[in-house]
Design a protein around this ligand. Structure first.
Ligand SMILES: [Zn+2]
Length: 362
């Protein structure tokens, strides 16, 4: 066992006896002091559905959202078929009917999204890895270069014709969705699909290429609004260097060690509470509040509030104009219980090829 541990320690950087403690204290204050030091230059954010819930885009995988229960009218062979690429190619109508039902009334990013934008403006953001397909990171002012949209995005769509692949915009797709016409390519008449990752499709190549370089130079990892249940996204937390602090802002603790790996003395998962804890900090609560608290400690609180106010009124002004022109979709219906904030993943699908240690089993 010792041999194995030493080998893994040397080759993977796992289970080192005395990792350097970078944070002076395992609290949000400790993180904020580190962020203001010279040592913190590259921050990577990992975000999930929890950062969009306050924008009215709930995580449909949460218990009680009732998405699958609402699917009966679509005559699916089984509920998950609606997100399977092969089923979609034969029967696209249920997916688009669902997209119409759940389409957000407006795209208004949250405080948390704008906090990530501030990280960018301060020159600290190396990358934001998102599981969300709601495009709110882009709306908040992050560029494509700042983002890895691991589960794809509704922002663009592509023709499925193998020799065509023409790209379409969100506005084009929105118009098709609301006109109840199944989106067909105007060049070759093939089906057009939003660029979200369905079951049976691989994650974007960008995810795998940038992951290699980003996670070698990250100084601070901030994980927000994700229960880290979906692979390979969940394994990202164990890819950072052994000394890199990890801050979790989430409703509950997650990403803790796999019991089997801990037994072997390998600390790949998050460790907030044990006597060996040296770099992981959990701030439990709503993402917006966590970001506001951190911004406050960093002396950015006013700036963040001003940014949110300014951007939200710009969006309101724009949607007000669109509303007068009759072009905006209906506001979110009270009955809409779930939304497409993240595509699903399930065991055995191609979005789960990797199963690194440190991730929690479903
Ligand atoms: Zn085409």
């Amino acid at each position: 066992m010792d041999f194995l541990r030493n080998l893994l320690s040397r080759t993977l950087g796992l289970g080192r006896e005395k990792p350097e403690k970078v944070l002076d204290e395992l609290t949000l204050d400790g993180v904020s002091r580190f962020m203001q030091s010279e040592k913190c230059r590259n921050v990577v954010c990992i975000v999930g559905a929890g950062i969009s819930t306050s924008a009215g885009i709930p995580d449909f995988r949460s218990p009680g959202t009732g998405l699958y229960a609402n699917l009966q009218s679509y005559n699916l062979p089984y509920p998950e078929a609606i997100f399977e690429i092969n089923y979609f190619k034969q029967h696209p109508e249920p997916f688009f009917a669902l997209a119409r039902e759940l389409y957000p009334g407006q795209f208004k990013p949250t405080v948390c999204h704008y906090f990530i934008r501030l990280l960018k403006e301060k020159g600290l953001l190396l990358r934001c890895y998102t599981q969300n397909i709601d495009t709110l990171e882009r709306v908040a002012g992050l560029d494509q270069e700042d983002l890895v949209e691991a589960h794809g995005t509704f922002f663009t769509s592509h023709c499925l014709g193998s020799s065509c692949k023409k790209q379409y915009t969100l506005d084009w797709m929105k118009e098709k969705i609301f006109s109840t016409v199944t989106p067909k390519c105007d060049k070759c008449q093939s089906l057009v699909k939003p660029d979200i990752v369905f079951f049976g499709e691989s994650l974007p190549p960008r995810f795998f290429t940038l992951m290699q370089s980003d996670f070698q130079k990250v100084d601070l990892l901030i994980i927000m609004g994700t229960s880290l249940q979906v692979q390979p996204f969940a394994s990202l937390v164990s890819r950072v260097p052994t000394n890199t602090p990890r801050l979790l802002i989430n409703k509950e603790k997650t990403g803790q060690s796999d019991p089997f790996m801990s037994l072997m003395g390998l600390s790949t998962g998050m460790d907030f509470d044990s006597e060996k804890a040296y770099r992981d900090v959990a701030w439990l609560g709503e993402c917006d509040e966590g970001c506001t608290a951190l911004a406050d400690l960093l002396g950015w609180k006013n700036e963040l509030e001003e940014l949110v106010k300014k951007e939200h009124s710009a969006i309101d002004a724009k949607s007000g104009q669109a509303g007068e022109a009759g072009a905006s979709p209906s506001p979110p219906r009270a009955g809409a219980t779930a939304s497409l904030s993240t595509p699903p993943a399930k065991p055995g699908s191609s979005t789960q090829k990797e199963s690194d240690a440190g991730s929690k089993a479903e």
